[in-house]
Design a protein around this ligand. Structure first.
Ligand code: 8YV
Length: 329
């Protein structure tokens, strides 16, 4: 019997591609070419499975062009690049990579918060530009992390990791907002109190966004929400582009309506709103919250394991949908 045909849509660790080759007939993308949706569809015409990253959109048009496709294994915990409804209707399994990136991403969220509140990149640019000629009492004076109020919007696994770091590591008072309230045990573990989004925005010194991107979470933070925040507050987005209205944020930063922002994700990335590139009080990173070597390897291995388990008849390890009837290759 011939092996299932798999497309690895972006470059990943070569040894993990080799591992896939032990089970499948693999077409890889070692040069990391960014295919158009049409080019991706053409490559998927004869494939049974695909390993995707967040940059490949899987929708009804693509599924119609890929009649053999049975599974899309995303190398990401977020899967807003999947039209899950269309996949389920077409009998296509989706999987993601939860858990393996939780602590790494929470570490980064906290690093971005610290860098933003303490103006680390802004002051580094000043130093590199040769502008540091003397010390002064208010030079790059920022805001404190310890003892301040941390507001976490989106209290899933990564949000809980941020809350734990804030409460246990830095003595922060933690408030959170989420679609559903956590159990009393989990609230106690995170030392976090549930509040309305409005109360959180009014009271938090630092707001961290960790919600999944959906139509309902689009522009969770826009001009109206920014207006509720303290003028001394910082805003951190490690969730997804589109959770924040980047144009409104650039205005709020320029006008000093909030003190600073730290952004790892952007609307329309890898493009960045031009106004965010010119305001000084923002720390910008290129979607690297999960980027440590062990974690990126764990993500790629979990995506590969999902493909191997699925085609081995053991079912997907970390499914995001449950198609009633699967496709047959
Ligand atoms: C990925 C992420 O690196 O897991 C996620 O949802 O945002 C990142 O960890 C990115 O989506 C590439 O797939």
């Amino acid at each position: 019997m011939s092996q299932p045909r798999i497309l690895v849509a972006r470059a990943i660790f070569p040894d993990i591609v080799d591992r896939l080759r032990e089970h499948f007939d693999v077409e890889a993308n070692p040069d990391d070419v960014i295919w158009t949706p049409q080019e991706l569809a053409a490559r998927l015409a004869d494939k049974d499975g695909v390993l995707t990253t967040g940059s490949q959109r899987i929708d009804a048009t693509l599924l119609a062009a890929a009649p053999r496709l049975q599974i899309c294994a995303n190398m990401a915990v977020g899967y807003n690049n999947f039209d899950v409804q269309a996949m389920t209707a077409a009998g296509v399994q989706g999987t993601n990579t939860p858990d393996v990136l939780t602590e790494t991403t929470a570490d980064f969220g906290f690093a971005l918060l610290m860098a933003t509140a303490r103006r680390m990149t802004e002051s580094e640019h000043y130093l590199r530009a040769g502008q540091w000629t003397k010390w002064s009492y208010d030079m790059f004076a920022g805001s404190d992390i310890h003892g301040s109020t941390l507001g976490v919007i989106g209290m899933g696994r990564i949000g809980q990791g941020i809350a734990r770091r804030g409460a246990h590591g830095f003595g922060m008072k933690v408030v959170y907002h989420n679609r559903s309230r956590l159990s009393a045990e989990m609230e106690a573990e995170c030392k976090a109190s549930y509040v309305s989004k409005e109360e959180l925005l009014r009271n938090a010194d630092h707001v961290v966004l960790v919600v999944p991107y959906t139509a309902a979470s689009h522009h969770t933070i826009g001009a109206a929400e920014l207006a509720l925040m303290k003028p001394t507050a910082t805003l951190i987005n490690i969730a997804r582009g589109g959770i924040v209205d980047d144009a409104a944020l650039a205005v709020a930063l320029r006008e000093g309506r909030i003190a600073a922002a730290g952004l790892d994700v952007f609307e329309g990335e890898p493009s960045v709103h031009p106004d965010l590139l010119t305001v000084p009080n923002v720390v910008l990173t290129p979607h690297i919250a999960s980027a440590t070597v062990p974690t990126r390897r764990a993500m790629a291995n979990l995506a590969a394991d999902n493909l191997i388990a699925f085609f081995g008849g053991r079912g997907p390890l970390t499914p995001v949908n449950t198609p009633a009837v699967g496709r047959r290759g």
